[in-house]
Design a protein around this ligand. Structure first.
Ligand SMILES: Nc1ncnc2c1ncn2[C@@H]1O[C@H](COP(=O)(O)OP(=O)(O)OP(=O)(O)O)[C@@H](O)[C@H]1O
Ligand SMILES: C[C@@](O)(CCO)CC(=O)[O-]
Ligand SMILES: [Mg+2]
Length: 389
């Protein structure tokens, strides 16, 4: 039985989170932490005619028999083009998720499970099959775990659907062509809509296409940093939920329309300026330092505007204060409210200073992640690997 695997990266947002939902420009980059999915259709080791999702990190196996899916959702409607999940269908899917009796401590998984059911049944109907999922990313921390979940799941589902054209020899890890990536991205956006409520699409786009992107109103432009950007990521481990934070910003924007429009517009300028600086050549150490100082100033301004939106958190402030002691500038990344914070690491920063910063941040109970910025996007791999149960 053919099996397909996919890996889709998480991301950092360098500038423009939240404002991008309201039409401003944002800049994001893939990081080298991935969500991994594998998929096999049908029997043999799935003899009960079920759709199975195994979540390795949460040690959970969820399954729905084909007959139960049909009973709740009605006759299957399979589509080669992305379909949105209607509010009525979301309610029906919620019934199927509730039946899994997810423990209260893991209830946050429900949104991901709902997205999975919508994507699976829209692409494969109720055909039995098994998806196994694991992730290097901290979930719900601002590093795009939800988008990389959707991209990885969709890629495996489409790869065995016949809806994806794969011309290359099916050996080793493959990059898909732009058209195929666009199809995956559009489907993954439907998953993000279920998890985020009102996503801009930046997270699924950067997870699909990789590298560094400038993004506005659904359109992406690849950008290339003239000098590698070094960022420290600090996970405050304060849990939060992107859907609720995005909704909170929208409510504030309704209450203070003009003021918030000005905030979003300022962020649009910040992102555009940042993109120009990132791409501008830096020929010697003096120009590298000048460039870093400009990036730091823009990060500081963006952080202040994120505070205006109400998505800051005491834990983020602690990271900001701690890094500032070492003359390092930080800003939250992703939806905020806790989650992860980015710190720019200047080229001249010594390893001993970096070690001290990391030790101090970790002594506050935070977790520091060193990742490479602006790397690969989605890749898939066909094979006869065994899906562990
Ligand atoms: N590996 C996974 N397994 C199951 N569900 C997942 C997984 N990764 C993400 N999810 C779903 O996505 C939700 C987290 O998404 P959320 O958008 O709140 O955070 P994030 O994507 O990590 O951060 P941000 O959107 O700020 O980048 C989880 O609560 C869960 O429903
Ligand atoms: C907060 C947000 O801007 C980024 C989350 O990574 C939401 C989105 O763009 O979908
Ligand atoms: Mg998310």
């Amino acid at each position: 039985m053919e099996e397909v695997r996919a890996r889709a990266p998480g991301k950092i947002i360098l500038s423009g989170e939240h404002a991008v939902v309201h039409g401003a420009t944002a800049i994001a980059a893939a990081i080298d932490l991935y969500t991994h999915a594998s998929f096999r259709l049908g029997p043999p080791d799935n003899g009960d005619g079920s759709v199975v999702l195994e979540l390795k990190d949460s040690e959970m196996v969820c399954s729905w028999t084909s007959s139960r899916l049909k009973q709740v959702l009605g006759d299957p409607v399979v589509s080669s083009t992305p379909v949105s999940c209607s509010p009525e269908r979301i309610k029906l899917i919620a019934t199927l998720v509730e039946e899994q009796k997810i423990p209260e401590a893991k209830i946050w998984l429900s949104a991901g499970l709902s997205a999975f059911i919508h994507l699976y049944t829209s692409i494969h109907g109720y055909k039995p099959g098994k998806v196994v999922l694991s992730s290097d990313l901290p979930v719900g921390s601002g590093l795009g775990s939800s988008a990389s979940f959707s991209v990885a799941v969709v890629a495996t589902l489409l790869a065995l659907s016949g809806f994806l054209v794969i011309n290359e020899p099916k050996s080793g890890w493959l990059k898909l062509s732009t058209n195929e990536l666009e199809l995956v991205n559009k489907w993954a956006f439907e998953g993000e809509k279920i998890i985020h409520g009102k996503p801009s699409g930046i997270d699924n786009t950067v997870s699909t296409f990789g590298s560094m992107i400038q993004f506005r109103l659904g359109e992406l432009t690849h950008i290339k940093s003239s000098v590698p950007l070094r960022m420290l990521i600090t996970n405050t481990k304060v849990g939060r939920n992107t859907k609720a934070l995005v909704a909170g910003v929208s409510e504030r924007a309704t209450r203070h329309q003009d003021a918030m429009a000005a905030v979003f517009s300022a962020i649009d300028f910040i992102s555009k300026e940042l993109s120009t600086i990132i791409e501008s050549p830096a020929v010697d150490d003096i120009s590298v330092t000048a460039r870093e100082e400009k990036i730091e100033e823009l990060m500081e301004m963006n952080q202040g505007l994120l505070q205006c939106m109400g998505v800051n958190h005491a834990s983020i402030e602690t990271v900001l204060r701690t890094t500032l002691k070492y003359k390092l500038v930080s800003k939250l990344t992703g939806a905020g409210g806790g989650g992860c914070v980015l710190t720019l690491l200047p080229k001249v920063l010594s390893k001993s200073v970096l070690d001290k910063v990391v030790a101090e941040l970790e002594s506050c109970g935070f977790q520091c992640l060193k990742t490479r910025v602006g790397g690969k996007g989605l890749e898939i791999c066909f094979g006869e690997q065994s899906l562990s149960s």
